[in-house]
Design a protein around this ligand. Structure first.
Ligand code: FES
Length: 257
């Protein structure tokens, strides 16, 4: 898939909560083709400690308004700098990078599981699945109600279930405890979030013999397979998360549980 290095223009930066911002970007030409699960490498200008581009998942591609959405967790200098961007400023992005989630060849029942900033790729994936006639079920987990992200955007795309660790929204507990997993079955599960959560969902999928893909969040630098800092040991040897992933079928991974 052809990659582009584009100067995108900031449309808006909205604070979602204390930790997350949603950055909407546009371009003076039509944005390139992008697939759910792919990511962009963002150049952060004006941050003396951020030398490398930052990998950020594609949250959504709004074709009607020619916008790319990035959901950013403000965890370091680079992402804090991004959160301070103003309308009209430029953000240089290399895109689209990495491999996407597997899309359906026929009617398939998808469960999309997201936790924390890992909910980001599920929005675009859900929208694309709905467009293809496979409206998915979402299961989103967070510590507390205030940590749940973009529920208003998820709601129109499929059935939406949530869990919170403190019980302030949805079922109390972790995504793997949710009753939907006991009461229903699915053809395919796509997961992105903290590694323990992805491993727990992968274990569930393995037990139930359900196809399952996870989006790994290994440390990345170059984003194009050159620096090898993102390598994951797999059944096929060492693979780069940035070019061979970030989406992997759990059968490729050496996860024991
Ligand atoms: Fe450099 Fe993957 S980030 S090889």
């Amino acid at each position: 898939m052809k990659k582009f290095c584009l100067d995108l223009t900031v449309v808006s930066v909205s604070k979602i909560n204390d930790r997350y911002v949603l950055i909407k970007l546009t371009h003076n030409e039509e944005l390139p083709q992008m697939e759910p699960g792919q990511f962009v490498e963002v150049r952060v200008d004006g941050s003396p400690t951020t030398f490398l581009r930052r990998p950020i998942s594609i949250n959504f591609v709004d074709r009607k308004n020619n916008q790319l959405w990035l959901l950013v967790a403000t965890v370091g200098d680079g992402t804090h700098k991004m959160a301070q961007l103003k309308e009209g400023e430029i953000l240089n992005c290399v895109l689209p990078l990495g491999k996407s989630f597997t899309m359906p060849q026929q009617q398939e029942k998808y469960l999309l599981v997201g936790g924390g900033v890992g909910t980001a790729p599920m929005l675009y994936l859900g929208e694309q699945l709905k467009k293809m006639g496979c409206a998915p079920t979402f299961l989103l987990g967070a510590r507390s109600q205030k940590d749940l992200l973009e529920l208003d955007y998820f709601e129109p795309l499929g059935r939406l279930f949530v869990t919170t660790e403190d019980g302030t929204a949805g079922e109390k507990g972790f995504v793997t405890n949710h009753s939907i997993l006991q009461n229903e079955t699915f053809d395919r599960i796509c997961v992105c979030g903290p590694t323990p959560m992805m491993k727990a969902v992968a274990q569930y999928a393995r037990q139930k013999n359900i196809e399952c893909e996870v989006s790994l969040e290994n440390m990345m630098a170059c984003g194009v397979g050159a620096c090898l800092c993102c390598v994951e040991k797999t059944t096929e040897g060492n693979l780069c998360v940035c070019t061979d992933g970030p989406v992997f079928n759990i059968k490729q991974l050496l996860w024991q549980s």
